[in-house]
Design a protein around this ligand. Structure first.
Ligand code: ADP
Length: 159
């Protein structure tokens, strides 16, 4: 059974993430979407909210939703899954991901990363931009799944 972990902040889940999850499910039998719980950062949505939004958007039983703190390699070891799925949007993502993949492999020689290129329709979508646009009253419909859209609307009524 081919299993991969898809880690990220998912603050919030976007259609870019969703596309990677959907395409990942064509390649892997199961995906663990792992929400990073970083106590050094103040997220827009709590870990529980982020997890709930992913669960609601991806009810597929082949998707497990989990969260982790600390080093990714410690988490992958605990899970016994050494394959990590990541999405690539642009050259800037590549540089960062290249460093990260090599650092993780240095920390755990069993660690492996698999990358998927984002599609035309979501290469410009990031959680950070979605947070910024939504918090300023902009329309993020079509950039995030409907569940996330409704949650953002509740928090930031459109101007
Ligand atoms: P963001 O960079 O949007 O804050 P995360 O830290 O949650 O997102 O990223 C988790 C993973 O999802 C990373 O591998 C990131 O490159 C990927 N990802 C994020 N947005 C997209 C997108 N629009 N298309 C493809 N992959 C994406």
């Amino acid at each position: 059974m081919a299993v991969a972990i898809y880690p990220g902040s998912f603050d919030p889940l976007t259609n870019g993430h969703l596309s990677i999850i959907q395409r990942g499910l064509k390649v892997f039998d199961r995906l663990v979407v792992a929400v990073l719980n970083n106590p050094k950062k103040t997220p827009m949505f709590s870990v529980e909210e982020r997890r709930a939004l992913i669960r609601e958007t991806c009810p597929d039983p082949r998707v497990e939703v989990d969260d982790f703190q600390g080093l990714l390699v410690h988490y992958t070891r605990r899970k016994g899954v050494h394959l990590v799925l990541r999405g690539l949007r642009a050259a800037s993502d590549f540089e960062y991901e290249f460093q990260l993949a090599n650092m993780n492999r240095k920390l755990d020689p069993e660690f492996e990363s698999v990358f998927m290129m984002t599609g035309q329709d979501s290469f410009y979508i990031s959680s950070q931009l979605v947070r910024e646009v939504a918090s300023l009253g902009g329309d993020v419909e079509g950039l995030v799944p409907p569940t996330v859209f409704r949650k953002l609307r509740e928090r930031f009524p459109r101007k």
